[in-house]
Design a protein around this ligand. Structure first.
Ligand code: PLP
Length: 452
């Protein structure tokens, strides 16, 4: 095996990483992760870290599950690849479709498979517009999404996303997609009560619908809890108000469950936590616990019926839609989650325990808010707690804290000065204690360096 130094040098020389400032890699290069077990990862120098991000919000069953390796191996031997085009299919895709629809809300009985969450959201854009055309309303084209949202990196995924940095690069976005304010009370709403702010954010959607024309809007897309934007848990008033308003204007609801799906919020799908009945649910990540790439769009009966009965052929699909080996691993992953009661573990055990332990971090001088729901959480780092004032952006305090976390044996993500966690769902209470201890140590060290 190549030495760690050699790997780093070759990586810097040849590898263009996603979401990485190439210049900032500098002398130090990338951290090379070589192995993992349970909720811990290890780098080439032998440093072990508690992975409180579950990779990229996906390794829900934790690392090193032999059952998933065996499922992949058996499928690779039997039928490594075949497709689902032109009236063919294979057992793993069929069984996964049935299992997913059984676990999904009652009105969702069909699934379209993709290779990733981004492809799932590309599928959503084409599917909702196709749906309205089939209904004889081709003028319903606009899709309303939210500022600061992340829905993927393909052209349609980034267009649905509301990240200014992404829109600033790579040319024009897909037309007829617009963004409204996000229900991010801590940064945008503290001049109001959370519930008044949640209502104001829902009202902003209605205002946009009226600006665009009430018969011109096809769909609204959002995550139940916004992940990559900073683990943004909306005020209680938000979703009921949004739901009511979408029904009023006959607009489809797309709940992006790529992060919230498969137990993250303590229900199989985040939509269930908020009592949503989405028309479409893009999924990925936790579907296979990240062991192999697979995604899909769960389709509610209303849309499915029109696609099937009025639609004929939908000219859309991917070589790897429902890839048999990925589907076999996803199926085994869901079976293990059911057999081991992973969703209940999050809802009844570790979710409430994290909520209690995480909240204690609000005692720390740097923490303006500590919030969590199920197993997603965030810390807002502030310069002045009473005023909720942030540090100067140029200090890069969030990234400093993230790097200190790495050095102290914890993977946390920074979104500006918001520190985010989304640990594997199999985490235990003792490991939550360890996580909170490591986070506290990293915050202390961050404070010390800021004073130095
Ligand atoms: N949607 C959400 C909410 C996501 O968080 C992500 C990825 O982080 C995506 C879509 C895109 O998924 P993928 O990276 O599998 O394309």
């Amino acid at each position: 095996r190549l030495s760690s130094e050699r790997l780093k040098a070759l990586d810097t020389a040849h590898h263009l990483h996603p979401f990485t400032d190439y210049k900032a890699l500098g002398e130090e290069g990338s951290r090379i992760i070589t192995e993992a077990d349970g909720i811990y990862i290890q780098d080439a120098e032998g440093n072990r870290m508690l992975d409180a991000m579950a990779g990229l919000w996906c390794v829900n069953l934790g690392y090193g599950r032999q059952e998933l390796v065996d499922a992949a191996t058996a499928q690779l031997q039997q039928l490594p690849y075949y497709n689902n085009f032109f009236k063919t299919t294979h057992p793993p895709a069929v069984e996964l479709a049935e299992t997913l629809c059984r676990l999904a809300p009652k009105h969702m009985n069909r699934v379209f498979f993709t290779g990733s969450g981004s492809e799932a959201n590309d599928t959503v854009v084409r599917m909702v517009r196709h749906y309205w055309a089939l209904k004889g309303k081709p003028e319903k084209q606009w899709i309303i999404a939210r500022e600061n949202a992340y829905h993927g990196s393909t052209l349609a995924g980034m267009s649905l996303g509301g990240m200014a940095a992404m829109h600033g690069q790579g040319g024009p976005a897909v037309p007829a997609i617009t963004h409204v304010r996000q229900p991010y009370w801590f940064t945008e709403g503290r001049d109001m009560s959370p519930d008044a702010f949640g209502q104001a954010c829902a009202d902003a959607i209605e205002e946009r619908i009226l600006e665009l024309g009430e018969d011109k809007v096809a769909a609204f897309i959002a995550e139940p809890v916004q992940g990559a934007g900073g683990a943004i848990i909306p005020p209680q008033s938000y979703w009921p108000a949004v739901k009511k308003m979408l029904a009023k204007y006959d607009i489809l609801l797309v709940a992006d469950e790529v992060i919230c799906g498969f137990g993250r919020l303590g229900e199989w799908f985040g939509s269930e936590h908020y009592g949503l009945e989405p028309d479409l649910m893009p999924v990925a990540k936790g579907l296979s616990s990240g062991y192999l790439p697979i995604g899909g769009v769960l389709v509610g009966d209303r849309v499915a019926q029109t696609l099937i009965e009025d639609g004929g052929e939908f000219f859309h699909g991917f070589t790897y839609s429902g890839h048999p080996t990925c589907a076999a691993v996803a199926l085994k992953n869901l079976q293990l989650m059911e057999a081991e009661g992973v969703v209940e573990h999050v809802r009844d055990e570790v979710g409430p325990y994290l909520a209690q332990r995480w909240k204690e971090l609000e005692q720390h001088p740097l923490v303006g808010e500590a919030r969590s729901l199920g197993l997603i959480g965030a810390l807002e780092i502030v310069a002045d707690k009473a005023a909720g004032k942030r540090f100067d952006k140029t200090l890069g305090v969030g990234n400093l804290c993230r790097d200190i976390c790495f050095d102290t044996g914890l993977v946390m993500r920074s979104v500006g000065d918001t520190m985010v966690i989304s640990p594997p769902l199999v985490i235990t209470k003792a490991q939550i204690d360890e996580l909170v201890g490591l986070a506290t140590a990293a915050l202390d060290e961050t404070a010390r360096r800021l004073q130095a």
